[in-house]
Ligand binder design. Sequence first.
Ligand SMILES: N[C@@H](CCC(=O)N[C@@H](CS)C(=O)NCC(=O)O)C(=O)O
Length: 241
Amino acid sequence: MLELHQFRHSAFCLKVRMSLAAKEMSYRTVDVTPGVGQLSIFRRSGQRQVPVLIDGNKAIADSSAIIRYLEACKPEPKLIPNDPKQAAQAHLIEDWADKTLADAARASLLQAISNDPNLLVALLPEDLPEPFRQIMGNLPHELFNGVKKLLNAGQRSDLLYSLKMLSRLVEGSSWLIGNEMSIADIAVAAQLSLFKFPESSGSGLVGKGCPGFSDHPLLKPLFDWRDHLDHLLAQKKVEVV
Ligand SMILES: N[C@@H](CCC(=O)N[C@@H](CS)C(=O)NCC(=O)O)C(=O)O
C-alpha cells in the first residue's frame, strides 16, 4: 500500500493527493508532526520536507518527482501529456505554480491570518484536543517555512493580475492545456487552496482564505473551476483509512 507522509494543509501534499485521485490509486496518509516528525522523514528520504511517498522500501520526496513516479507506475490516465509541446507547457505552468504561486499563496495566507486569528484556529488539526488548540495558537510553521516577508502592494497587484489571467484562461474550458486534465491543472488548483480552501479541506476551512482574492468577483471563474476539479477528484479518491 502506498503511503503519503504529509502535512494536512500543505498545498504540495494536496497536489499529490489530487494526482493519486486522478489516477484512482489507493493509498493511505500519514500526518507528520512538524519538527519532531520530520526526523523520520529525514531518515527515510534524506531530506526533511513533505510530501514523501513511501512505496515498499522506496521513499520519494518532492511533489513533482512523486507525480513522475506515479506516472511510471500507472501511465493512464496521463498527467504529463504525450505531445512534447503540451508536455513542455505543462511543465512550465507546474513550475510557475510550485514556485511563484506557492510563495505568493503562503505570504498571502500569512497576511490573512495576521488579520484574522480565527483562520489560524481553523488550520489546526481537527483531532487536536482543546487545551492543545489553545496553547498552539501560534503560526503553523509547516505552511510558512520559507516565507520571507509579506507581499507589498506591487507584488499583490502583480499576483492579482496573474490570477485574473488564469481566471480568463479557465473560463468556459475545463483544462489549462489541451483536452485533458494534466499536471498543470493539478499544480495550479493545489496552490489555489491557500487563497480559498476547497470543500476537501474540511468543513472548518471551506471557503475561508485570503480576502481580496477569495471574494474577488473577477476570480470567481477561477475558484469555480478549482471547485469543479476538487469535486471531480473527490469522487475518484481511493484513500484507505
Ligand atoms: N518542492 C517541494 C516543496 C515541498 C514543501 O515546501 N514542503 C513544505 C510543506 S508545504 C515543508 O515540508 N516544509 C517543512 C520544512 O521545510 O521543514 C515539493 O514540490 O514537494
